[in-house]
Design a protein around this ligand. Structure first.
Ligand SMILES: [Zn+2]
Length: 100
C-alpha cells in the first residue's frame, strides 16, 4: 500500500487539475476511498489550488496596474495633443501676422 501512496502522491496534482485519463482517475479515486493519508494530501492540494486561483484574480474594486498605466498614458497623450493644438494655432497666427 505504501508504494501505491507514493504513486498516488505523484498523480494527485494532475488528478486535482482534472487532467488525468479515465483509468488513472479511477485508480486514484479507488485509492482515495481507502487511504486517509492521501485524502489529506488531496484536501491540502485543493486548498492551495483555490488559494492560487484567488491570488490570480484581481479584486474588482481595485484597478490593475496595467489599467492604471493605460489611463495615465491616455491622460498624458491628451495633455500633449491639447498643448500641440494650442502651439499650432499660435504658430499659424504668427505666420498670418507676418504675411499680412
Ligand atoms: Zn495512500
Amino acid at each position: 500500500m505504501k508504494k501505491h501512496c507514493e504513486i498516488i502522491e505523484d498523480l494527485l496534482p494532475l488528478y486535482v487539475d482534472q487532467v488525468t485519463n479515465t483509468e488513472t482517475k479511477m485508480f486514484v479515486t479507488d485509492h482515495l476511498t481507502e487511504c486517509e493519508r492521501c485524502r489529506q494530501i488531496k484536501a491540502e492540494l485543493l486548498k492551495n489550488k483555490s488559494y492560487a486561483v484567488n491570488m490570480m484574480q484581481p479584486s474588482p474594486t481595485e484597478p490593475s496596474p496595467y489599467e492604471l498605466a493605460f489611463v495615465k498614458h491616455i491622460q498624458k497623450s491628451r495633455r500633449w495633443s491639447g498643448a500641440s493644438f494650442i502651439l499650432l494655432i499660435f504658430l499659424f497666427s504668427l505666420i498670418c501676422w507676418f504675411l499680412v
